[in-house]
Design a protein around this ligand. Structure first.
Ligand code: SAH
Ligand code: SF4
Length: 380
């Protein structure tokens, strides 16, 4: 039975698995390159791999990402895939092209257990962890599809660092889709390693960002294992408010979270933490709260990314108006923190955290809901 999915393996585990088949370690390099450089899903195409190994692989293994249920393409070039992860569950990946980079936002869980008040994914509850194959499979599939649809490689900056690899369409990856990546650490870590591996995606560690709502022990683990860029979803500068918005704060309060951020930077010298801060009208967006935030992060190398709230059916918050966001940003900038405001992208295809899959996931009538998703169809 061809049931070992090679997308689950990073270099070390592929080495070990091939070793158990009696193969030499250099085979792992060849196979990795076929899969992740060339996007192969067919062992017969692996022309420089010995025929005997191709036959063994064909009999025991497969290369399989989650099937695409739907594709969306926004007028601004943003693309979105809705992926079937079985049992009526769907997750999403979003591609965001910009002049100097092209970012893929990927999911790590179906649903999420953290249950942030403002988050459509959180509202769905937790269904299950994605496997490494389902996580890296989003990048594998998006590269294949974008290349096939003749999306060119990104400019100067963006090309892959991997020697001998084909030009990459995707220059940056962010784990900011559905789910809390650090609550699925064991599957996320091999996927991160593949993103950085020159024989796979060859991205520099600053072009891969893990976003977390604040899993303190796992922040420390990530620092030791694979210190990629870290984004922390802060959203409030005191425990009383953060406890309400991000329930995980009750377990790991702000002082502990900020201490973990400081420790992280020891493993990632010359880096900074990106604090994400969703702007909720009348909740966390006052001048006073901007100043409180400044005091809280004093002495920590960080940037601040203000995120306009994306409302969804049943959400009980409102987006801060543009002037409020500018005034808030003026205070934090004045206080010395580089502050950016996230541009909203792909709004015509609901390309915000958890929104599309949220509208699909309904155990009672999945098919009917799927049929009603307002997406402009595109070809792969
Ligand atoms: N679980 C991780 C990563 C996924 S969420 C985390 O929370 O960091 C990615 C980002 O989207 C987080 O900063 C999250 O706060 C934000 N987000 C969630 N719901 C949102 C909404 N309705 N509007 C705008 N941003 C949202
Ligand atoms: Fe989970 Fe992140 Fe959504 Fe919070 S914001 S519920 S941690 S996906």
């Amino acid at each position: 039975m061809a049931d070992v999915n090679l997308l689950n393996f990073d270099r070390d585990s592929l080495n070990a698995w091939l070793g158990a088949l009696g193969e030499k370690p250099f085979r792992a390099r060849q196979v990795l390159r076929w899969i992740h450089h060339r996007g192969a899903d067919d062992f017969e195409a692996m022309s420089d791999v010995a025929r005997s190994l191709r036959e063994k692989l064909g009999a025991t293994a497969c290369i399989r990402a989650a099937p695409v249920l739907r594709r969306g393409c926004s007028a601004d070039g943003t693309r979105k895939w809705l992926l079937d992860v079985g049992q009526g569950e769907a997750v999403e990946a979003v591609y965001i092209p910009e002049p100097d980079r092209a970012t893929l936002c990927i999911s790590t869980q179906a649903g999420c257990a953290v249950n942030c008040r403002f988050c459509a994914t959180g509202r769905q509850g937790f269904s299950r962890n994605l496997t490494t194959a389902e996580i890296i499979g989003q990048l594998w599939m998006a590269e294949r599809e974008l290349r096939a649809s003749a999306v060119g490689p990104v400019g100067r900056e963006g090309g892959s660092a991997a020697a001998g690899s084909p030009s990459r369409v995707i220059s940056n990856v962010v784990l900011m889709g559905m789910g809390e990546p650090l609550q699925n650490y064991d599957a996320v870590l091999p996927a991160l390693r593949l993103m950085l591996d020159d024989d796979a995606y060859g991205l520099s560690r600053r072009r891969v960002t893990v976003s977390t709502s604040g899993m303190v022990p796992m922040i420390d683990k990530l620092a030791r294992d694979c210190p990629v860029a870290l984004a922390v979803s802060l959203h409030a500068a005191n425990d009383a408010l953060r406890n309400e918005l991000v329930p995980l704060n009750r377990k790991y309060p702000l002082a502990e979270l900020l201490a973990a951020c400081k420790r992280y930077l020891r493993h990632a010298p010359r880096d900074f933490i990106t604090f994400e801060y969703i702007m909720l009208a009348g909740i966390n967006d006052s001048d006073k709260q901007a100043r409180e935030l400044l005091r809280r992060v004093e002495g920590l190398a960080c940037k601040l990314n203000l995120i306009p709230f994306n409302s969804f059916p049943g959400s009980d918050f409102r987006r801060s108006d543009a002037q409020r966001v500018r005034d808030f940003a003026a205070i934090t900038t004045e206080g010395g923190i580089v502050t950016t405001v996230r541009r909203t992208r792909g709004e015509d295809i609901d390309a915000a955290c958890g929104q599309l899959a949220g509208s699909v996931r309904d155990r009672t009538d999945v098919a009917a809901r799927r049929a009603s998703i307002p997406l402009a169809p595109i070809s792969a």
